[in-house]
Design a protein. Sequence first.
Lengths: 510, 165
Amino acid sequence: MFKKILIANRGEIAVRVIRACRELNIATVAVYSDADRASLHVQKADEACHIGPSAAAESYLNIARILAAAERSGADAIHPGYGFLSENAKFAQACADSGIKFIGPRAASIAMMGSKTGARREMEKAGIPFVPGTSSGLESIAQAEQVAAGIGYPVMLKAAAGGGGKGMRLVPSRAELRAALESAQSEAQRAFGDSEVYLEKAILNPRHIEMQVLADEHGNTVYLGERECSIQRRHQKVLEEAPSPTVDPPMRRRMGEVAVRVAQAAGYSNAGTVEFLVDQQKNFYFLEMNTRLQVEHPVTELITGLDLVHLQIRIAAGEKLPLAQNDVVIRGHAIECRIYAEDPDNHYFPSPGKITLLQEPAGPGIRHDSGVYENWTVPIDYDPLLAKLVGYGTDRPQAIARLARAVGEYFVGGIKTNLSLFERILSHPDFCRGNLDTGFLDRLLNSDAAAAKIDHSEIAEIAAIAAGLFAALDSAAASASSGGSAADRGDAGGNGLASWQRAARNEALR
Amino acid sequence: MLYHVGINGRNYRLELVREQGGWQCRLDGRRLAIDAVLAGCDRLSLLIDGKSYEIKRERTPGGTYVWVGNAGYAAEVRDPRSLLARKGKAGDESGPRKLVASMPGKIVRVLVEEKARVEAGQGIVVVEAMKMQNEIKSPKQGTVQKLMAREGANVNAGDVLAIVE
């Protein structure tokens, strides 16, 4: 087993990995940039190593500096977390070349899955189901009509060089195909200098469901059940759950077996995730493989009773999988909310700053993986994920109820967070019925937000009394320490001190 | 003590008198029996008519909020006896207005020059935080009297970026 692990990451995931190491009696090394000296992961680790300026490119993405820190501290393995260098084949290779174990798959597996076309070629060889369509450009309208008739309408035209929706056309029936093909080709030509367009079956309102796999370095691979990740905003997952409300045991077995085939075709080891699109008839199609631990791994941990980070470390140390497929049992239901520093009233724009007040939820069935603390300033330089709040229950309704209760207990003051969004999602009838697809959140956000904000005048009166009490208590405190300067009463105000506080203070000093 | 309290723009007249063990409270002339305990910095447990309220005060560069359970209210408390409070209030209505950074970030663009005429709502500077850009707009029509914002500079929440008069 490893003696010392360096965690090449920051925030809540670095804290998560440090905790696992402590449980396994392995020493930890945190790395940090200029912006992160006061971050929680630095405080929780046994050792900490400064690796550069705040910009990620000069710190958390700098392979040479991270390897130098590992060598200096004598770490024998590196855990990359997610994001940053976790899916960087060069980094995995550089670790191997330096004789430091990379806790993840081999560089070749990462490289294969990193290339869309390469991955598709390899997976086609392995007989993995893709969204039906052409894998090369359309030659003529006649060919397009023939292919479309074969797979059935509606179909989607996509630019081969595409991205950002350019050169994409939804075609509901044969009558619209010719015009759509011509406009997609000319748009692709203008946008990318390449008019190549291919055709796929259109999946309307798909679900995004992924399968967790785990492989050791001795050729054993198991799947640990699926996660439903259909609640997304701008292709960013916001809430995930396991198991999926739409997947039954036979479907789970079929998806799991495909995911294991994907992993084996990639020569995969360690923890990985195979993502699928699922249509309304419950057909599933391979999307991509994430060759790392996922943000949403806790929901799988709760329903399987396994610790994925422990298992990642043990697999990397050369141990065999401690369980066979038949030993994997799913029990209960888990849902995760990603708590971001974002302003719901300003298009979910990031809202970094100082956390002046923090009240964290607890109680039955609640797991809270956080990277923040009260009085810490969320830096402007990185992803705005603050914490993950996970609710677990005997069944889905209980998990929803516990999570909603915990969201109500949760309070983050001083910065804006997306907590109010989860109140809306968790109480939505479609969500409660399990009617989910990737368009759910956009529809929710476009619906009337004002309806959610009812101003009970009775409660406003309570707020008025409370505001006055705070002012009265402030002036009492100020006169108790009469003569003391205003500055020693906390810096929460700064130049943003409300005039009523100044007034109250002034009053007391007279 | 007499306070004028503004909650989401509505005004209340609040009288608070400390008595042994508690407070005497009148809200807009109505007498209320309240029992308040400070439960930590900016945290209050309030009992009114046997009902329990968990209260939090949130201080941000943009102002103060009072939370009753999960409902947040913009709160402004004025002590009518204090001249300073009246002055401060009057200063907000007209005259020079400050453009304040609502969050820490980096100034990526300055869109106007000093002494330029601007309309209410016109973009003045663009601040970037966490890879997203936010335009800070002029709060009123007028002239950019002073421009403190410099492209490339880092700013903290509450920093004054410009003054429009």
